[in-house]
Structures are given as C-alpha cells and as structure tokens.
Design a protein around this ligand. Structure first.
Ligand code: GBH
Length: 479
C-alpha cells in the first residue's frame, strides 16, 4: 500500500519491486553445523593475510540461527522480496553425489517463514562459496564443475521449486573468476590470468546448464546476476557527451568487453565479442571453449540482475601500473578516485546507474532489468538506539533518482534491492566495512535499524521519493 506523498515528485511504476539482499557466507555463520562441508571461503579465510584482521565467516551474523528474527526485521521494513543465496556445501558437502537433507531443511524453513511474512524469496544458487572438494579438482578451471552445478541446481529445485518462483544462477561471474583466479584477492586465491578466463567460461557454462535444469523443472522466473559497470573516460564522468579520441574510444570498448560483454553477450546473444576472443586466445588459448557451449549458455532468461556500485574510468595511455584484474589492457590507464568515495574507496557516481540501465535496455531489449545490488559502506555513527548514516541514505537516494530517470528514459527496470540488509562479512575486507541498512553488533548479534533503513521503509511505502532531499525521520515516525 502506498502513502500518497505530499511534495512527492519521483514515483515508481505500480508493482515496482522493493527489497534487500545478502549472501550465505556473508551472513549465515554455523560453518560446521548440520553437515555443511567446507567451501573455498573457509579455506581462503584461513590463509594468513588474506582477509583484513584475519576475520572469517564462521559466525558472521549468525543468520543461520537468527533467521526468524531477521525476517521480523524485513517485515518491519515492508520489503517485497528478500534475495539470499544457498550455500552449495550445505546442500552437497562434497560438491557432488550425496545430498545433505539437513542443509536443505534450513532453506526450506527460511522460505516458508518468508512466504508466511508475505516476502517473496529470490534464491541465488551461487554466491562464491564453492565446495572445497571441487576446488581439489581444479574448481571453476575444471569444466566438470559446471555439470556438478547443474546437478546441485536440481537438488535445490526439487526441494524448493514448489514455493520459490524467482531463481538466480551465478552471482557476478567476473568477480568469481578474475578476483578469485586472476588476482587472488578472493577465494580460491589463485593468480593466473589464463585460469581466470577458463573459470569465467565455465561459470557461464554453469549458468546455461543451470537455466536448462530450472526451465526443464518448470521454474517461473530465471535470472543471471552480473556486476555491470559503465566504462567511461575521466572527461566523460562530468560530460557524458564528450567526443573521444579513437584511442580512448578503443580503450573504453576493450574494458567494456572484458567486464560487461564477456558475460552479457554469451548469455543474451550467444556469442563472445571479437575483442574478448582475441585476448582469451592470447592469454589462455581457446581450447576450453567447445562447439555447442555458446548455445548452452544462451538460454532465454527473464531477468538480468544488475549489481551496481561504481563506474570504471579508463583512458588510453601507458597502463602504469597495469591492472592485473583486466588481462590484455596493459596499454590502458585506470583512474583512481575522481569523485567523493565510500568507505571502500569507490567513487560515488549515481548517473552511472542511469547510463547503465538505459544502455542495457537499448542493447539487450529482450530481458527485464532488476537492480539486485546497490549500496555502500560508510563509517556509521552509533548513538544509543540510533545509527546515523546520512551518507548511506544520500547514496541510496541518489541512485534511486538515477534509476527513476532511467525508467523515464525507457529502461525496463522492474525493481531495486539494497545491498545489504545486514552489516556482514565483506569478503577480503572482513567485518569492518559495513554495507547494511541494519546495523549488526557482532559481539552481541544485536540488530539496529539504521536511519537509512527507516528512510528506505518510507520510500517503499510511498513507492517513491520526495521533492526535498532526504531528511531523518522523526522519532514519532519511527515509533
Ligand atoms: C558485490 O560485489 C557482491 O556481490 C557482494 O557480495 C559484496 O558484499 C558487495 O558487492 C560489496 O562489495 O575499486 O573503484 O575499481 C561487488 C563487486 C568489484 C564492485 C570491485 C567494486 C571495485 C571498484 N565489486 N569493484 S574500484
């Protein structure tokens, strides 16, 4: 139900989907309970120096035990949907073979309680926690892992398919491949560009096989979630219409191919861009891309999930130092902070989101768009029962205005999910980078709605934004 807003100028389409997201390893904890096997993140987080402060996800937000209370929080926020991920090693401790029914029991209870609360469960099947047993056989560099993923998909669907209508296959294959296998800042911590390209292809193959399995079983709505990034030159940050030199245009196109089209084009067009094939051929060879793979990857999907945080700013010129996360760009310069940044050092550029959404709807018109992640880490100020995070509210508001502008310009955007519901285990950054709209005191596991959460609730209830900039809700409104 929508509260008609006085002075409200930005109203989203009827039925616009509002929600928030988390991922299993970042929130669940209970790492050794009910038969869960180890994942590559359990192993990686033990590696000295891998994670800030030596943190790991053993306990995280203890969501595994506190999910019922967390659903209470979601209900308080009036969320339409909750996007979470299933931990493969809970369902299949060895990544293959025997199914651990107790692992599926947890997700079944979670789903049932969400439905009971009137919140739609959006299930992500893979958010980076590969069973360690599969890593012993090469992890995502091994083609077989893609087939194992299809088996695991079926096991999850068999249990939850009668209740879950929206399914997301792989979260951010670029990050899994290039940060995990290319530069080693994520699990499994390998550093080979050739392996990163192979992993990227196998992750996409896994996506295609998983979609096939879901479709064959009768799933309603299927999505792929990508970290998508507008690629621009420094000059274009403030002047999108700027005309580029041929060399800069080529630099932008090459980086766009590596981070965006390497994943968009096979999934939605059944082909890799020429630029990508040239680089893959040089770095990894092409043997791992077999005849028929692109047809498998190019399964019709209903939604494209977009995780947007910040643009990528590049120009032609001596790439000093080269950016190893982008093999084949040694002659391209990557810019650092060119706008105010969040606590993770990522520049805040809301217009990047509108540009991205408009471009996606123009270039891939057949697929609906859903922002599956957008949000920011800031150093919150806890004061008694309140958490003042005006920076986060401003970040979210700026991006929602940008999303609305994109809809007005014709983008087929269906909804917006905040990253994240809870402060959580922020991968290599550990617990000190807080992305939640709900504060977590990790010593006591107490949850506190931040000001941004109270603000987001009003946005949801109004299905829109006000004329004036964000204000802090009054205490009466909070009560
Ligand atoms: C997502 O990944 C994940 O899905 C989620 O689990 C995670 O907690 C969340 O974002 C926050 O990190 O240094 O300016 O070049 C985000 C992928 C890749 C986005 C690296 C920012 C670096 C920006 N990120 N990228 S910059």
């Amino acid at each position: 139900t929508t509260i008609a807003g006085r002075g409200q100028t930005v109203t989203f389409p009827d039925g616009f989907i509002w929600g928030s997201a988390t991922a299993a390893y970042q929130v669940e904890g209970a790492a050794a309970e009910d038969g869960r096997g180890p994942s590559i993140w359990d192993t990686f987080s033990r590696r000295p120096g891998a994670i800030a402060n030596g943190h790991n996800g053993d306990t995280a937000c203890d969501h595994y035990h506190r999910y019922a209370a967390d659903i209470g929080v979601m209900r308080e926020l009036d969320l339409d949907v909750y996007r979470f991920s299933v931990a493969w090693p809970r369902v299949q401790p060895d990544g293959a073979g025997a199914i651990n029914a107790a692992g599926l029991d947890f997700y079944e209870k979670l789903v049932d309680d969400l439905l009971e609360a009137g919140i739609a469960p959006y299930v992500t099947l893979y958010h980076w926690d590969l069973p360690q047993a599969l890593e012993e056989f090469g992890g995502w560099t091994n083609r077989d892992t893609a087939y194992r993923f299809a088996d695991y998909t079926k096991a999850v669907y068999d249990r939850l398919g009668d209740r879950v209508s929206t399914w997301m296959t792989i979260n951010e294959p670029w990050v899994a491949a290039f940060l995990g296998y290319g530069i080693g800042v994520h699990a499994p911590g390998r550093t080979s560009s050739a392996e990163a390209f192979r992993a990227a292809h196998h992750l996409m193959l896994a996506h295609g096989l998983s979609v096939r399995a879901l479709r064959g079983s009768g799933a309603d709505e299927i999505a792929l979630t990508l970290n998508l990034v507008p690629v621009v030159t420094p000059g274009q940050v403030n002047d999108p219409a700027l005309v580029l030199s041929a060399a800069d245009a080529e630099a932008v196109d090459r980086v766009d191919c590596l981070i965006n089209r390497q994943f968009l084009d096979p999934a939605l067009r059944g082909e890799y861009p020429e630029q990508v094939l040239k680089i893959v051929d040089r770095v990894a060879g092409l043997d791992h891309i077999r005849g028929g793979d692109l047809a498998i990857i190019n399964q019709p999907i209903d939604l494209l999930g977009i995780n947007y945080y910040t643009p990528c700013v590049v120009r032609s010129g001596p790439g000093e130092p080269a950016n190893p996360a982008y093999p084949g760009t040694e002659d391209i310069e990557f810019a650092g902070a060119y706008a105010p940044t969040t606590a993770t050092g990522w520049p805040i550029v809301p217009t990047g989101l509108s540009q991205l959404l408009v471009r996606l709807s123009r270039d891939y018109p057949e697929v609906g768009l859903l922002v599956t992640e957008n949000g920011a880490a800031f150093d919150d100020v806890v004061s008694g029962e309140r958490v003042h995070d005006a920076d986060r509210t401003a970040y979210l508001e700026g991006h929602l205005r940008a999303a609305h502008a994109a809809i007005e310009a014709g983008a087929d955007l269906r909804g917006y999910l905040v990253w994240s519901l809870l402060d959580n285990f922020e991968w290599a950054e550990g617990y000190n980078k807080r992305f939640g709209i709900v504060h977590v005191d990790f010593a006591t596991q107490r949850r506190l709605l931040k000001d941004s959460a109270l603000w987001f609730r009003e946005v949801i209830q109004r299905n829109g934004l006000w004329k004036e900039r964000a204000r802090r809700p009054t205490l009466e409104e909070v009560a």
